[in-house]
Design a protein around this ligand. Sequence first.
Ligand SMILES: Cc1cc2nc3c(=O)[nH]c(=O)nc-3n(C[C@H](O)[C@H](O)[C@H](O)COP(=O)(O)OP(=O)(O)OC[C@H]3O[C@@H](n4cnc5c(N)ncnc54)[C@H](O)[C@@H]3O)c2cc1C
Length: 333
Amino acid sequence: MTTILILGGGTGGVVAANVLRRTLGKEHKIVLLDRKENYNYASSYPLLMLGKRKPGQISKKLQRLSRKAINVIKCEVESVSPQEFKVHTDKGSLEYDYLITSPGVEHHPEAVPGFREIAYNVYDLEGNISLSNRLKTFREGKIVIFISSLPFSCPTAPYEMAFLLDDYFRNQGLRGKIEIILVTPEPYPEPLAHPSVGDSIRKMMKKLQIGLFTEAKVLSLDPGRGTLLLDHGITLEGDLFLGIPPHWGPSFLAGSGLLDENGWLEVDPHTLETRNKRIYGIGDATSLRLPVTRVLAPKAGVFAHFEAEVVARNLASLIQGKKGDFRYTGKGV
Ligand SMILES: Cc1cc2nc3c(=O)[nH]c(=O)nc-3n(C[C@H](O)[C@H](O)[C@H](O)COP(=O)(O)OP(=O)(O)OC[C@H]3O[C@@H](n4cnc5c(N)ncnc54)[C@H](O)[C@@H]3O)c2cc1C
């Protein structure tokens, strides 16, 4: 019997668990660990923000996986000891034969002074629930969407939010009274894609009169004045601030020897193996460079999904005594 621990019940972890369960016999144990009770579908947060989805429509209980003989444990993972093949949690330690880590990113709004006081965190469920209530009565003023730092998950999401807000207020006949601007440290929209993508987004924004500030370094927000402070002494006033908080790699893995110098999981771009052959890393927590182009993979669910498939299929083959020859090719569509 083999025990596979999966750390993280988000996109990567859930796909890995499902593929493994489909390909491996029940004699092998699949255990999924997450601090949360629910899987939340973040791609629908922009619709939640506009009141077009309810929280219950975009969340599912992770325990539902237990019907498929996937053991789900709600716990906080505190550290990993690769030499002992152990994961330490607030509910005790667990041993593994193989470990798949897909813990996503850590959000640190507190790293931007004033963020928690006046900005809505549009990258979490609660932030979007509060914002959807606020938008119901927002009739005029300036909306500032800002990206605190790079990298951040789903590079399209802030642009999608700006376009959706434009449409939302246009439909209510209020667009003339509402200014929308987007502030980003990126040199242009979507720099991980072909430059023509950024170019067409820029043109669409211009046409819809959505302001764009590029190469902006966010320093702080001033709750008293209702301003966003950028470097070079630039101050932007706003009535509603929608923030994407700084993203950090998995700090509980510090000391495990699995992280690169920037705190992200270092993985082989083809097999997703970490420096330790029994541990795999997938999803947003990795600093994966795409095969061939060597460009950093965008932190997006579509990438996590296909990475998880490769890892799960290879592991299932290895456990069944076959060669694990599935390779990640950079698929993310
Ligand atoms: C607003 C928004 C819109 C998006 N839209 C899209 C889109 O349209 N298309 C797309 O492809 N992607 C989109 N994404 C990105 C996508 O959601 C992520 O890329 C994807 O979820 C990453 O999967 P993951 O498995 O790496 O991490 P996650 O899905 O974040 O899962 C990580 C899990 O690990 C758990 N965890 C972490 N640390 C611990 C610990 N120490 N102990 C216990 N549990 C822990 C967390 O609770 C979490 O459940 C969007 C993201 C956002 C925020």
